[in-house]
Design a binder for this molecule. Structure first.
Ligand code: IMP
Length: 188
């Protein structure tokens, strides 16, 4: 049995179609992995994955990084089961590692309004890392309202809801092997 790659998908009454294929995603992540390997050569960076959405991206990205590195996780929640941000960020899990004087690479699934990333960067800066680099798989640039630092963006996307490849809609869809976009107003 192969991966879960339907052409179209319906989740909780909403329709989605393929937006980024497995091949497109892997090619782009490979490039970023290579750039990070060069940038952090001899620096033993620590990747901090933002749960839950980034777990698949992070797992693939780290396997394209060919230098010694570590990993830890944080968990934030701002969406609940809705498709729009609640406007509040909750801290659900802190990092365990001591990141003082370490080179930290934050790995996020998507930057939408930018609220979560702003919160995260400010929070991690308090630990006095040697450097802080932000990597996001997706960026909804049109909807970003907060002034956020993003160093590597795999894909800029329009302001529509997406799911798959780790991203969910009310906890569903994370197991899809590629990224799907809402067919708002399109014939589905
Ligand atoms: P922000 O704080 O508004 O930038 O939202 C960031 C978080 O909202 C991400 O980490 C995701 O968990 C979630 N999110 C934003 N847009 C989407 C989407 O289109 N699909 C799934 N989750 C999303």
């Amino acid at each position: 049995m192969g991966q879960y790659l339907p052409e179209k998908i319906n989740v909780k009454g909403e329709s989605f179609r393929i937006y980024l294929t497995q091949e497109e995603i892997q090619q782009r992540i490979k490039q970023i992995g290579k750039q990070l390997s060069t940038k952090f050569q001899d620096k033993r960076p620590i990747f901090i994955g933002v749960l839950n959405g980034s777990y698949i991206f992070l797992a693939d990205l780290m396997r394209y990084v060919n230098i010694p590195c570590e990993v830890d996780f944080m968990k934030l929640s701002s969406y609940g089961d809705e498709k729009v941000s609640s406007g509040q960020v909750h801290d659900l899990k802190q990092i365990d590692a001591d990141i003082q004087d370490r080179h930290v690479i934050i790995v996020e699934d998507i930057v939408d309004t930018g609220l979560s990333m702003k919160y995260l960067v400010e929070k991690l800066k308090q630990h006095q890392p040697a450097s802080l680099t932000v990597v996001t798989l997706l960026h909804k640039a049109e909807s970003t309202q907060h002034d956020v630092q993003i160093d590597f963006t795999a894909f800029k996307i329009p302001n529509l809801f997406v799911l798959g490849y780790g991203l969910d809609f009310a906890q569903e869809g994370r197991n899809l092997g590629q990224i799907y976009i809402q067919t708002a107003g399109e014939d589905s």
